[in-house]
Ligand binder design. Structure first.
Ligand code: PEP
Ligand code: MN
Length: 337
């Protein structure tokens, strides 16, 4: 249920509505828009006396929210959420670009990549220290040593860090080094992990499960938000379809659909969505044209030698070329990079 206040409702009117709801045991979420305030109600709606609420001073109307996600929904908050990381704002006019290797492999590798992607205009550095690999025999990541490398390279380059956390017991450790916690496709429905990151104050990059619907993605965001952490950035990273030519199928529809359903920022990962470096530039431009708030792109100084995802990693020079073209598309749709 949401309560839409009249444009001329006073702070006192809003306060009275909140007091009444909270004393009845409901949780509330206030969204102060430019025109009017919307109060979201979380809890058992059957007990709510809708008629009485709609007669309170300053209340325009009481409207049911039919969608299963509440805090994440645009009904609760019509304005776009803005999430700032080192001054780069997700959900604003600027398209935020995160770039770096799939896995952290060495200080030299991270230094070289970070310097190159920063030069090309990337805003944040990505790199996995804990890697969720399909095979237990594949490289599993450097662990804390990798996190230390990321932190050192942040010191040297000023680029803030996006890195994956795989389990609730890793959240404390990864939060010590990271600026954005990434939840990978395989963990989108790891509810213990969603609860754990929900209890931090860290921005979370939540990747869509490779076999999950858009609604399931939003329900996972709701887990994080219902724990108090509203800093959720959604990521479309391709889903599994019958098409085998590409690693996944970039669900470009997900971008405008999410923009309709939620106020949360939406970014696209063209690297995992395609699985081939030759396709990454086209997918990046499509994502920006479709309204994505950001991109997360794999870049490696020597993709042939990469410990993971070399086939989809761009060489720094190619990433720089991509940035030039992405910038043009962004300008064409009224955005900056
Ligand atoms: C990654 O970002 O390297 C990764 C493992 O992504 P995903 O979880 O989308 O497969
Ligand atoms: Mn990867």
């Amino acid at each position: 249920m949401i309560i839409i206040m009249k444009a001329q409702a006073t702070d006192k009117d809003i306060e009275a509505v909140l007091t009444r709801l909270e004393s009845g045991g409901w949780r509330t979420h206030v969204s102060k828009g430019e025109e009017r305030t919307i109060i979201g109600i979380i809890g058992d709606e059957r007990k709510l006396d809708q008629g009485a609420m709609s007669r309170m001073d300053g209340v325009d109307r009481v409207v049911p929210v039919l969608r299963p996600f509440k805090l994440a929904s645009r009904d609760f908050q019509p304005e776009d959420s803005r999430i700032s990381v080192n001054g780069h704002v997700f959900g604003g006019n600027k398209v935020i670009v995160m770039a770096g290797p799939c896995s952290v492999e060495s200080l030299e590798q991270m230094r070289e990549t970070a310097t190159a992607v920063r030069e090309a205009g990337a805003h944040l550095l990505r790199g996995g220290a804990f890697k969720p690999r399909t095979s237990p025999y594949s490289f599993q990541g450097m662990g804390e040593a990798g996190l230390k490398i990321l932190a050192q390279v942040r010191e040297e380059t000023g680029l803030h860090i996006v890195t994956e956390v795989m389990s609730p017991d890793q959240v404390g450790l990864v939060s010590k080094y990271a600026d954005v916690l990434q939840i990978g496709t395989r963990n989108m429905q790891n509810y213990a992990l969603l609860n754990a990151v929900g209890q931090t104050n860290m921005p979370v990059l939540l990747k869509r499960g490779m076999m999950s619907t858009i609604e399931e993605l939003l329900m996972s965001a709701e887990y994080i938000m219902s724990n108090g952490n509203h800093k959720v950035i959604l990521c479309e990273r391709g889903i599994r379809t019958f098409e085998k030519y590409t690693r996944n199928t970039l669900d470009i529809n997900a971008v405008p659909v999410l923009k309709e359903l939620t106020h949360l920022p939406v970014v696209v990962d063209p690297s995992h969505a395609t699985g081939k470096w030759t396709l990454v530039k086209a997918a990046s431009k499509a994502a920006v044209a479709a309204g994505a708030d950001g991109l997360i792109i794999e870049v490696h100084p020597n993709p042939a030698e990469a410990s993971s995802d070399g086939e989809q990693s761009l060489k720094p020079q190619r990433f720089a070329e991509l940035m030039v073209e992405v910038r043009r598309v962004a300008e064409a749709v009224g955005r900056t990079v």
